[in-house]
Design a binder for this molecule. Sequence first.
Ligand code: HEC
Ligand code: HEC
Length: 162
Amino acid sequence: MASSSRLKPGEKGKIRVEVNIRGKFGNIMKTVQVHTNDPQRPQTILSMKMKIKDLIHMKKYKAAEIFSGACKICHVDRGRGRKGFDLFINDCMMCHNTAKSASPLAALRAKNKEDVERAIREGVQKTSMPGWDARHSGPLFEEEIRSLIDYIRPVSKVGQAN
Ligand code: HEC
Ligand code: HEC
C-alpha cells in the first residue's frame, strides 16, 4: 500500500508491504512491482530478503542439541532409514545450502575426503555442526555415514581409492 497515489518528481513516499509468513521459515525473498508513469522507468521491482525465525530458532544452542528433545523431530527423525542423497536432503541440506552460512554441497565436494569424514563424524568446533557418528553420541551408524561420504564424493588424495 502506497502512502500516496500521486508523487511529484523527486517527492518521497512510503510503500507498506505485508507478507503472510504462516508456514514460512528461514530465508525467504519477496518482490514488489512498482508501476509509475516515469517514461524512463515505468516499472521497478523491489526485492526484499528476510529471515523468519520461529521461537525455537531464536536461541543460541550447542551443536549436539539438535539430536535431542523436540529438535530431533526435524533434525534427526526425518532422515531415519535413509541413506546417501535422501539422508543428505533430510538431515544436512537445511544448513548446507546456498542461502545458509554452512558450505553448500558443491563446496563440500571440493574438500578433502579426510576432512569431510572427520567433520561428519566428530563435528566442527565452535560451529553448529555436531558430530553425527554414533561413537560420538550422534544418531548415525557406520553404513549411513559411509553413504553420505559416497554421496558427497569429496576429493581423494592422489593414488587413493575413492
Ligand atoms: C519444525 C522443524 C524443526 C524443529 C522442531 C527444529 N528445527 Fe532447527 N531447523 C529446521 C530447519 C528447516 C532449519 C533450516 C532453517 C533455515 O532455512 O534457516 C533449521 C535450522 C537449524 C539451525 C541452523 C540455523 C542457522 O541459522 O544456521 C540450528 C542451529 C537449529 N536448527 C537448531 C535447532 C534446535 C537446537 C532445535 C530444538 C531446540 C531445533 N532446531 C528444532 C527445522 C527444525
Ligand atoms: C544445524 C546446521 C547443520 C547441520 C544440520 C549439518 N551441518 Fe555440516 N556444518 C554446519 C556448519 C555451520 C559447518 C561449519 C561451516 C562449514 O564449513 O560449512 C559445517 C561443516 C560441515 C563439514 C566440514 C566442511 C569443511 O569446511 O571442511 C562437513 C563435511 C559437513 N558439515 C557435512 C554435514 C553433513 C553430511 C550433514 C548431515 C548429516 C551436516 N553437515 C549437517 C552446519 C550444519
